[in-house]
Design a protein around this ligand. Structure first.
Ligand code: HEC
Length: 130
């Protein structure tokens, strides 16, 4: 689901399709990840909160922001603390009037969800391309 406040387009039609994880194999974690573990929980969070604007491993429907895994994952060049800060308040890291990424607060993404999301992004940093 896309939080309404993050939806950048007008909805003209909704097609029910397979979940992103089914449509895009390249965003899936390794198959040996426990279904209720942090990486799989982070995978669900990623699809709910980030995939509406960002691709990962160059797949996805949205390209509003940069790809979150290739060539480099933000966890590689920013580190967890700065990335967490960017998610909560993008303009606190880089400011310019045209920036479009919204601040994502705890109502949309709890601190626990954010931690899981970082686990997913770290995991995917070891799974480029495919
Ligand atoms: C409404 C669209 C939108 C959503 C949702 C969104 N982003 Fe972004 N993001 C952007 C845009 C657009 C940029 C490019 C900078 C800008 O215009 O703010 C960006 C930039 C970034 C960057 C900076 C990359 C760089 O090197 O400068 C990172 C990292 C990032 N987003 C991660 C995330 C993560 C993780 C999530 C989910 C928690 C997320 N974004 C959700 C639109 C979005």
């Amino acid at each position: 689901m896309v939080n309404e406040s993050h939806w950048t387009y007008n909805i003209v039609r909704i097609d029910i399709t397979a979940s992103p994880g089914e449509r895009f194999a390249a965003i899936r974690p390794a198959s040996d990840q426990p279904v209720d573990g942090p990486v799989m929980r982070g995978f669900a969070t990623f699809q709910r909160v980030c995939f509406s604007c960002h691709s990962l491993n160059k797949v996805g429907d949205a390209h509003l922001g940069p790809d979150l895994n290739v060539p480099y994952s933000a966890v590689e060049y920013m580190g967890d603390d700065k990335l967490a800060r960017l998610i909560r308040d993008p303009q606190s890291l880089r400011w310019w009037p045209g920036a479009r990424m919204p601040a994502i607060d705890e109502r949309t993404l709890s601190d626990a969800d954010l931690k899981d999301l970082l686990a997913y992004l770290h995991h995917m940093a070891g799974r480029k391309g495919s």
